[in-house]
Structures are given as structure tokens and as C-alpha cells.
Design a protein around this ligand. Structure first.
Ligand code: MN
Length: 512
């Protein structure tokens, strides 16, 4: 990747003055990295430029792109954060600082590492801890993706280490951000380095299978396309081939029997409106016999990462099994680009909006975990202790959706108890909890909620928080709110302020 090429790629999407700034950043970074080389022998600058190029492809705002160009300057060159701030502004410096902290934290040199438990997935916690602004993580994903694509130049042991970390940490994060395409790219590359033999074996199997079914699928596609046209549904139909890594994972579940996998290749129908999605589903079910257990409505009930589509698997008269995925263009965009779509250059807001409260409150329901992430990041910075287990529950566990009786949707970690829901709705409601009704039935305080539950908090003025409630909440948010209510009521004493002072002293000593 070279300067001229990057500027050309950026040209259609950004304003004239933004492009000038980009050129300025490229020149600054080129000078800073002068003389450094990548393992491939390329000049080092080719890497940050490739990262910036990915961020442009993902439709990120100009500050992220500039930070992409500059992301390795503070760590690897003489350039300082102050310089970057004075040249490119606070917003860009803030992002570069975030990315630098992630890298530093990884090599264990950073203060953050001092108060976070050293475990296998330390990196994920560090990513979260410095991920005050989720764009930092998106830049980090671009960085990782480019490093993976040039991994062949690394020694074998490093290849394995980076590939494993990518599968364990970066791919799940991309998934959690709803960035489906990036997740797949990371998984495919990482898997091909981690287990090249298995990767190639599956790739060959896939090739053979696809060769046979592509022609048959073509016939189905023509049939469907004609039917949709007849009913005046405007649509676009594409074939979607399963990725090697997800085939690998699925094969493990079905004891390696590839005949049990129906979605090696699926047909994806993209339409204009949500209503059209359901019309298409109806038409497909009129044309073919659906497999009843394989109809999924992720439009009415989205996946926890926000993914929306209708899925159905049908059997054609020639006994062919075909999976269809039906979605609107908007849903398709989100499925591919996820949260990155929210920072689109078409609707750029100022960096300050993201840094301040606004960035969180404008997120859709399924992304509420990001608010929690930012909350936890702040508390880690304030030296509050959060256990490993807690982080896993809040951030890396599976998520469920529950509803208020009014139909408002809430996103909670799996295993969450009714009081977690109550505190999520409002701590003033939670403190007067008397009982719970779930799906119309009385529900005990200690029984976890399930996906799709409708939860009603029954309140009484005379009810108030009790100490044993501490055992009946799982999320950090609820624990924190409940604790401060208990303190207010004098039920538990505020010993933590003393602990806090001691901790502050210790950390001051450390930083000397
Ligand atoms: Mn880098």
C-alpha cells in the first residue's frame, strides 16, 4: 500500500480538508517510520497505510483513519503523543493513545497490567480496559487483520501464537461488535496458520461438494428469482459459501459427518423492506417444503450481537436441501460491518460526542453491552477491583434478550437474575422490588432469566434493598447500584473508602 493509492481510495468518501489532513498524516508517519522495515522486507509505512485502508473500506470516520495511519508512531518511533495532538487534534491523539496502550499492555509494560489479573485471556481484558472508545478496538482489529495477512513472513512459533490469540480474542470481539465479515476474515487466516493440514483438507472437501451443488443451486436460484419477479418483489440473490473455519467447528458438533451440514452453500435474498422479507419467506414455503426445525426469525428476535435475517431450509422436489437467508439491505450492511457501520462517514459526529456520554446512549439495544464495557473501563481506571469472573460474565459470556411488559428490549448476560433486570431498568424501581412476574407467572429471585422472557418487576413502597440481595445479582451494574443503596441505608459500611486510599498510595508508589 502506497500513499497515492490510499489517497485515491479515500477520495470518494471524505471532504477536501479531511483528505489534506490524511495526506499530512501519511507524510508525518512516513518520516517517523523512515528506515524501518517489515519482516516481509517492505518499508514499515506499508503496514499503517494498509490498516488505514481497511478502516476506509469499513467506512470509519476520518479520525479513525488518521489514527490508523499514525497508530504505531508513538510506540515504535520518536514521535510523541503531544506532537500528534498539536498536529492532528485531541480526537486523533486520544485514539492513537488507546491503540498504543493496548500494545504496551500486551507486552506487560503498562500500568494497567499491574492491577489486572495475569491470566490466559489477559489481553481481552486489556482490550476492554483501554477500550473506552470502541473505535480503539476497531482500529486494533484492522491492525490484527493486516498482521495476519502478512503472517507468512514470521517465524513459525510467532505464527502459532498470533494465530491462536486471533481466534481466541480478536475473532470473538469482531463477532461481538457484529462485524461478521471481519470475523470471518480473521478466522480463515488464523485457522490456516494454526492447522494448515486440516484447513487444506476441509478446503478440498468443500471444493468437491460445491462443484456438485453449484449447478443444482443455480436452478433453484433461477426458479426463485422468477417467482419473486412474478410477485413484484424487488430482490437480489447471491450464493453464500460457508467459511472453512465455521465448517470445521460445525463438523466437530456432528461427529465429522459432512452430510449433516445443510448450509455449505446458502442462497441469500436481499430485499428492500422488512415486510418483503416475510413475503419472500411465505413464497419460498409455498414453493418448497420447509424443514420445520430450521426456520429462524432473527428479525423479530435478533441475535445478541444485533444480527438480523430470516433463515429457512427447504427441500426441493428433486430432494435437494437448500438454506435461504432473507434480509433487507440495511440488515445486510449491519451483518457485514456491524458496529463500524455506526461510525459511518456519512453521519460523522465529532469525536467529543463519542468520548462523552453520547457515544453510548445512541447505541441500539443489542449493543448495550458496550455501555457496560465503557462503564467497566472507567472503573478499572479508578482502581476499582473487578474479578476475572465478573469480567467474563459482563463482557465475554453469552447474552440474552428479555422484555419489559411494555415491550422494551433489554440485553443481559446469560445467567442474569431478575434483580439484574430490575437494576438495568432503573435503580429506583429495583430498590422497591417486592416480587417478579416472568411471562405472567411468579418467579423466584434466585432463578435465572431466559432468552425472550417478559419480566415484570412488582414493586411495593415498603420494600427496600436487603443485604442478601447481594447474592441475587450477577452483573457489575446491579452489584454497584445495590451496594450504594445498602450503604445509604446504613446496611453495609463504607470500608471501601479506606481501601481506596491505601490502593491509591500503592499505585503512586508503583508509578515512581
Ligand atoms: Mn500495527
Amino acid at each position: 500500500m502506497r500513499k497515492k493509492e490510499l489517497l485515491e481510495n479515500a477520495h470518494p468518501y471524505y471532504e477536501e480538508d479531511q483528505l489534506l489532513e490524511l495526506e499530512h498524516a501519511i507524510d508525518f508517519a512516513t518520516k517517523a517510520h523512515n528506515g524501518q522495515k517489515r519482516k516481509s522486507g517492505d518499508p514499515y509505512i506499508s503496514h499503517p497505510l494498509a490498516v488505514a485502508d481497511l478502516l476506509i473500506q469499513w467506512g470509519m470516520d476520518i479520525d479513525s483513519v488518521l489514527a490508523g495511519v499514525l497508530h504505531d508512531t508513538v510506540e515504535d518511533t520518536e514521535a510523541t503523543l503531544d506532537e500528534i495532538e498539536s498536529l492532528f487534534g485531541h480526537g486523533v491523539a486520544f485514539l492513537v493513545d488507546g491503540v498504543t496502550k493496548v500494545s504496551k499492555a500486551r507486552s506487560g509494560m503498562q500500568d494497567l497490567a499491574n492491577y489486572l489479573p495475569q491470566t490466559k485471556d489477559n489481553l481481552s481484558k486489556l482490550l476492554i480496559a483501554v477500550g473506552q472508545d470502541v473505535r480503539v478496538i476497531i482500529i486494533k482489529l484492522a491492525d490484527r487483520l493486516h498482521n495476519l495477512s502478512t503472517l507468512q513472513y514470521m517465524p513459525h512459533d510467532k505464527q502459532v501464537k498470533i494465530a491462536r490469540e486471533s481466534l481466541e480474542v480478536f475473532a470473538p470481539i469482531a463477532d461481538r461488535l457484529g462485524m461478521g465479515r471481519v470475523r470471518v476474515q480473521i478466522e480463515e487466516l488464523a485457522f490456516s496458520f494454526l492447522d494448515p493440514t486440516e484447513y487444506n483438507r476441509l478446503k478440498n472437501i468443500m471444493k468437491k461438494r460445491l462443484g456438485k451443488s453449484t449447478r443444482k443451486l443455480g436452478i433453484v436460484r433461477t426458479e426463485v428469482s422468477a417467482e419473486l419477479e412474478k410477485h413484484k418483489v424487488k430482490s437480489e440473490i447471491n450464493g453464500r459459501v460457508k467459511s472453512i473455519y465455521s465448517l470445521y467447528q460445525k463438523l466437530k458438533k456432528v461427529d465429522g459427518n459432512i452430510d449433516d451440514i445443510y448450509d455449505l452453500m446458502a442462497l441469500r435474498i436481499i430485499v428492500e423492506t422488512k415486510e418483503d422479507c416475510y413475503r419472500v419467506l411465505g413464497l419460498l414455503h409455498t414453493m418448497y417444503q420447509p424443514m420445520i426445525t430450521r426456520i429462524k426469525d432473527y428479525i423479530a428476535v435478533p441475535k445478541p450481537n444485533g444480527y438480523q435475517s430470516l433463515h429457512t431450509t427447504v427441500i426441493t422436489p428433486t430432494k435437494q436441501i437448500v438454506e435461504f437467508q432473507i434480509r433487507t439491505y440495511t440488515m445486510h450492511e449491519f451483518a457485514e460491518r456491524g458496529l463500524a457501520a455506526g461510525f459511518h462517514y456519512h453521519e460523522q459526529k465529532s469525536t467529543n460526542d463519542y468520548i462523552k456520554k453520547k457515544r453510548a446512549s445512541t447505541l441500539p439495544a443489542q449493543m448495550q453491552w458496550i455501555t457496560q464495557l465503557q462503564d467497566i473501563a472507567t472503573r478499572l481506571r479508578n482502581n476499582e477491583e473487578i474479578s476475572t469472573e465478573q469480567l467474563n460474565i459482563d463482557i465475554f459470556g453469552n447474552r440474552i434478550f428479555v422484555y419489559s411488559p411494555k415491550g422494551d428490549i433489554y440485553n443481559l448476560p446469560e445467567g442474569a437474575l431478575p434483580l439484574d433486570f430490575a437494576y438495568m431498568v432503573h435503580s429506583d424501581i429495583a430498590k422497591h422490588t417486592y416480587s417478579f412476574r416472568v411471562n405472567g407467572k411468579i418467579h423466584p429471585f434466585d432463578k435465572p432469566l431466559s432468552n425472550g422472557d417478559v419480566v415484570e418487576v412488582v414493586t411495593r413502597k415498603i420494600s427496600s434493598p436487603k443485604q442478601d440481595w447481594l447474592e441475587l445479582v450477577k452483573t457489575t451494574h446491579a452489584k454497584q447500584k445495590l451496594r450504594s443503596q445498602l450503604k445509604e441505608l446504613g446496611i453495609i459500611r463504607t470500608i471501601s473508602s479506606a481501601a481506596h486510599i491505601i490502593r491509591q498510595k500503592t499505585s503512586r508508589r508503583k508509578s515512581k
